[in-house]
Design a protein around this ligand. Structure first.
Ligand SMILES: [Mn+2]
Length: 193
């Protein structure tokens, strides 16, 4: 099962998203922001989570609403697909290099939304993607999926590499965390998340 579909429409964005946790990372992404499509494709392929993401946003303003609202809807879809979050590994941590850059992501599918984000960019944008939206995307994604998410860029110089290493590190941490555990139990001393 482990699937979900979300449709979210506001005056700023129209979003349709579906995710499937057990269908091998097939990505069909169109947000209107090329570099963001590149990042979400990496998130899907490297997490092993199939994602269809179709967004029509107010790009005549800038990319802010499009990226933040995609994070909200994708987070809601992930949370819905995970249900009670029982029967999964729950935690994941990954270090991912991309050439000179090294990113670490560590996450807990805990229903305790939190974001720690330590990554500075040199430039304002990659293509029409504002790099400051990386933090906004992951905040929306973490808060709407019920995830504690820590992102640290250890070092790097090229902004494209830095951002891509971050998205891929989150993807690999997520891949581990959503894996079903053998006995289907809830990994919590409280017995419930
Ligand atoms: Mn790239």
């Amino acid at each position: 099962m482990r699937k979900a579909e979300i449709e979210r429409v506001t005056k700023e964005t129209q979003i349709k998203i579906s995710v499937s946790l057990d269908e091998k990372g097939k990505a069909d992404i169109d947000t209107g922001v090329g570099f963001f499509d590149h990042m979400l494709t990496a998130l899907s392929v490297h997490s092993g989570i199939s994602m269809t993401v179709k967004v029509k946003g107010d790009l005549h303003v800038d990319c802010h609403h499009t990226i933040e609202d995609t994070g909200i809807a994708l987070g809601l879809a992930l949370g819905q697909a995970l249900g009670t979050k029982s029967g999964i590994v729950r935690y994941g941590t990954a270090y991912i290099p991309m050439d000179e850059s090294l990113a670490m992501a560590s996450l807990d599918l805990s229903n305790r939304p939190f974001l720690v984000f330590n990554c500075d960019f040199t430039n304002q944008s990659c293509g029409d993607y504002d790099l400051c939206m990386t933090e906004e995307f992951f905040r929306a994604f973490a808060f709407n999926s019920g995830m504690t998410l820590h992102i640290n860029l250890l070092y790097g110089s090229n902004d494209h590499h830095k951002a891509e290493a971050v998205y891929k590190a989150v993807a690999h941490a997520l891949k581990t965390a959503v894996t079903e555990n053998k006995d289907g139990s809830t990994l919590s001393t409280k017995g419930v998340l």
